[in-house]
Design a protein around this ligand. Structure first.
Ligand SMILES: CC(=O)N[C@H]1[C@@H](OP(=O)(O)OP(=O)(O)OC[C@H]2O[C@@H](n3ccc(=O)[nH]c3=O)[C@H](O)[C@@H]2O)O[C@H](CO)[C@@H](O)[C@@H]1O[C@H](C)C(=O)N[C@@H](C)C(=O)N[C@H](CCC(=O)O)C(=O)O
Ligand SMILES: Nc1ncnc2c1ncn2[C@@H]1O[C@H](COP(=O)(O)OP(=O)(O)OP(=O)(O)O)[C@@H](O)[C@H]1O
Length: 505
C-alpha cells in the first residue's frame, strides 16, 4: 500500500492475529480471520459491525470507523485500488502464470473473446480461461463454467477466479474489460500481454455509469496504457487518441493496426498491418480473407481465408482481431482457421428459419451503432426486405440508447414492437414512449407491447415469407431486471422457437 502511496494510516491490535485467512467486501460472506473491505456507494457502517461479529479481524477503508474498534485498520486513500492490489497479493499473483489478453470496445468484446478462446483452445488443449459478459470459464470441467454477473468482475472476484483458473491448469486468460472496470479500479495494477481496442461510440453514459463521453473514452483508453502489445481497429472513431494512449507505454513496433481492405485514412501516419476483405456472406456462413500488409504482420503467420459460423459482416472485424491475437500468442494459420470456424456465441446472431414467416434472428444489438450494423447487414443480405424489430431500452442506465434506437429504427426498420428490456426502477411504458416519440412514424410503424413474449409472438405472426424479424437487446439473458430483482424470463430464442413451433405445426 505504501509503495503505491495508498496508505494513510495503519492501526494494529496486539491481541488480534495478523494472519488473514480470507478476504471479502461483503458482510454476508465472512469467515474466521477475514480482511474486510469497506467500499461502495451503498456501504453502511453496520456492515462492518456485522463482519466483525462474524470473524473479520482487519478492515480496509477510506476513513476509520468506530464500528471497527478492536480490529486492525488500514486507512487508505482509495479503497478500490487497495482492494485490487491486496486481492492480487492474497491470491498469490495468479496473473503471473497466465498469458493475459483483454478486449475493450463499445461493441464486439464478447464475440471477439469467444473467437479467441476458440482458437487458443486449439493451441493449449482447451486450457483458455474466459471472463465475459455471458459466461466465465475457470477450468476444463463443466462445473468450471458459470454465468457471469458483470462484464468485468470486481477485483477480488477477478483475482480469486484467476487463481482457480491457474490451479485448474489454465494457461491463457481472455477477458472483456469494460469502461466501468477502469472507473471502479477492478483491474487496477494488471498489465495485459495483449490489449485490443475494437471501437467506441457513445454508450454507458448516465447517472450510474459515466458522466459524459470523455469520461467513457478516458476509461477505455486505460487498456491501451496497460497492455504490452496493443491491437487497434484503425477504422474506429477517436483513433488518434487511442493510438496516442497506446504509445504512452508501448513502442510503436508492438502496436498493430487492422482495417477493412477498402478503408483509407490519408491522415494516418503509419501503415495498417492487417487488412481483411469479405469474400462471401450468407445466412449460414461468413467467408473473408485476411492479408498481412507489413513486415511486422508477415512475421505472424495468419494470412489466409477464413470461414465463420457467426453471420454479420461486422463479425469479420471481431474475427480479425481474434486471429491477430492468436497469431501473437503463437498459433499458426491452420489452427486459427480450425479454431474459429465453428464458434457460436449465445444470443448473438442466432437464426431461426420459418416456413411462412421469414427469417427470425435473436441478437444482442442494443445501442445505435450495433442496431445500424445489424440492420444494414440485413438490408444488404436480403436485398432490402421488410425489417420488423422487437426491442426495448433498459431502465436506470444507457439513457442515450433510447435516442439511438429512435434514430436507427427510423433509418432501417419498417415496423417496430417496442417492449420491455430490464426496466429496473423505471416504467417500461415511459421508456417505450420516449423511444416512440423520436421515431419517424412515416418510415417506421410503431407498436407498443410491453409483454416481451407477446411482442415477439406478434412480430413473428405478422411477418411474411421474405421478411426479417430482429429480436434485439436481450441476447441470451434468462431474466428481466425489474426493481432490483432478476425476474426469470425464458430467453428470446426459446420464446421465438415456441412461437414458430405453434404457428407451423
Ligand atoms: C456502479 C458499479 O460499478 N457498481 C458496482 C459496485 O457497487 P458498489 O461498490 O457501489 O457497491 P454497492 O452495491 O453500493 O454496495 C456497497 C458495499 O456494501 C457491501 N454490502 C452490501 C450489503 C450487505 O448486507 N453487506 C455488505 O457488506 C457490498 O458487498 C458492497 O461492497 O460493486 C458491486 C460489487 O462489489 C457491483 O455489483 C456493482 O455493479 C452494479 C451492480 C452494476 O450493474 N454495474 C454496471 C454498471 C457495470 O459495471 N457494468 C459493466 C458493463 C458496462 C460497460 O461496458 O461499461 C460491467 O463491467 O459489467
Ligand atoms: N464490431 C462490431 N461493430 C458493431 N456492432 C457489433 C460488432 N460486433 C458485434 N456487434 C453487435 O453488437 C452486439 C453485441 O456484441 P458483443 O456481445 O460481442 O459486444 P460487447 O462489446 O460484448 O457488448 P456489451 O458491452 O453490450 O456486452 C452483437 O449482437 C451485434 O449486434
Amino acid at each position: 500500500m505504501k509503495e503505491h502511496h495508498l496508505l494513510k494510516s495503519c492501526a494494529t491490535q496486539d491481541v488480534v492475529s495478523t494472519k488473514m485467512d480470507y478476504i471479502s467486501y461483503d458482510s454476508r460472506d465472512i469467515k474466521t480471520n477475514t480482511l474486510f473491505f469497506c467500499k461502495g456507494k451503498g456501504f453502511r457502517p453496520t456492515y462492518l459491525s456485522y463482519a466483525k461479529e462474524n470473524g473479520a479481524i482487519c478492515y480496509v477503508a477510506e476513513q476509520p470507523y468506530p464500528e471497527g474498534k478492536g480490529m486492525h485498520a488500514l486507512i487508505v486513500s482509495n479503497v478500490t485500488k487497495a482492494m485490487s492490489l491486496l486481492s492480487a497479493a492474497f491470491y498469490r499473483f495468479p496473473q503471473d502464470d497466465l498469458f493475459l489478453i483483454a478486449f475493450t470496445g463499445t461493441k464486439g468484446k464478447t464475440t471477439s473473446a469467444y473467437f479467441l478462446k476458440g482458437i487458443l483452445d486449439k493451441l493449449n488443449g482447451g486450457r483458455t480461461a474466459l471472463f465475459s459478459s455471458v459466461d466465465d470459464v475457470v477450468g476444463p470441467k463443466p462445473e468450471d463454467r458459470f454465468k457471469s454477473s458483470l462484464t468485468t468482475p470486481e477485483s477480488l472476484d477477478l483475482f480469486r477466479d484467476m487463481r482457480r483458473a491457474v490451479d485448474n491448469g489454465m494457461t491463457h486468460l481472455v477477458m472483456e474489460v469494460s469502461s466501468q472496470a477502469y472507473k471502479k479500479n477492478r483491474v487496477f495494477g494488471l498489465t495485459y500481454d495483449l490489449g485490443f481496442f475494437l471501437n467506441i461510440t457513445p454508450d454507458h453514459i448516465g447517472v450510474n455509469e459515466h458522466p459524459n463521453f470523455e469520461d467513457y473514452l478516458h476509461c477505455k483508453l486505460q487498456l491501451m496504457v496497460n497492455s504490452r502489445k496493443c491491437i487497434i481497429n484503425a477504422m474506429t472513431d477517436h483513433f488518434d487518441e487511442i493510438y496516442a494512449a497506446a504509445t504512452t507505454t508501448t513502442n510503436p513496433d508492438s502496436i498493430y493496426l487492422f482495417a477493412r481492405n477498402d478503408y483509407d485514412n490519408p491522415d494516418l501516419k503509419r501503415p495498417i498491418d492487417f487488412r481483411f476483405a469479405s469474400v462471401e456472406t450468407d445466412m449460414c456462413e461468413t467467408k473473408f480473407k485476411l492479408y498481412s500488409e507489413t513486415d511486422a504482420a508477415r512475421n505472424i503467420p495468419v494470412e489466409g481465408n477464413y470461414s465463420l459460423k457467426m453471420i454479420g459482416d461486422f463479425n469479420e472485424i471481431n474475427a480479425t482481431a481474434a486471429i491477430i491475437g492468436a497469431g501473437l500468442a503463437g498459433v499458426n494459420y491452420q489452427d486459427c482457421y480450425d479454431g474459429i470456424k465453428n464458434v457460436t456465441i449465445p444470443g448473438r446472431m442466432e437464426t431461426l428459419t420459418t416456413a411462412n414467416h421469414g427469417t427470425v434472428i435473436v441478437d444482442y444489438a442494443h445501442n445505435k451503432a450495433s442496431m445500424i450494423a445489424l440492420m444494414s447487414f440485413m438490408q444488404k443480405e436480403f436485398d432490402s426486405p421488410k425489417i420488423i424489430v422487437v426491442v426495448g431500452a433498459p431502465g436506470d442506465k444507457g439513457i442515450s440508447r433510447r435516442a439511438g434506437f429512435s434514430e436507427s429504427l427510423s433509418l432501417y426498420a419498417n415496423q417496430v414492437f417496442l417492449t420491455t428490456d430490464d426496466p429496473g426502477f423505471e416504467d417500461a411504458q415511459v421508456i417505450a414512449d420516449e423511444i416512440a416519440a423520436g421515431i419517424d412514424h412515416d418510415r417506421c410503424q410503431v407498436m407498443i407491447e410491453l409483454d416481451r413474449q407477446k411482442a415477439i409472438a406478434e412480430a413473428i405472426k405478422g411477418a411474411k415469407d421474405d421478411d426479417v424479424v430482429l429480436i434485439c437487446g436481450k441476447g441470451a439473458d434468462p431474466y428481466q431486471k425489474i426493481r432490483g430483482v432478476d425476474t426469470p424470463y425464458p430467453t428470446d430464442i426459446k420464446v421465438a422457437q415456441e412461437v414458430i413451433n405453434k404457428l407451423e405445426n
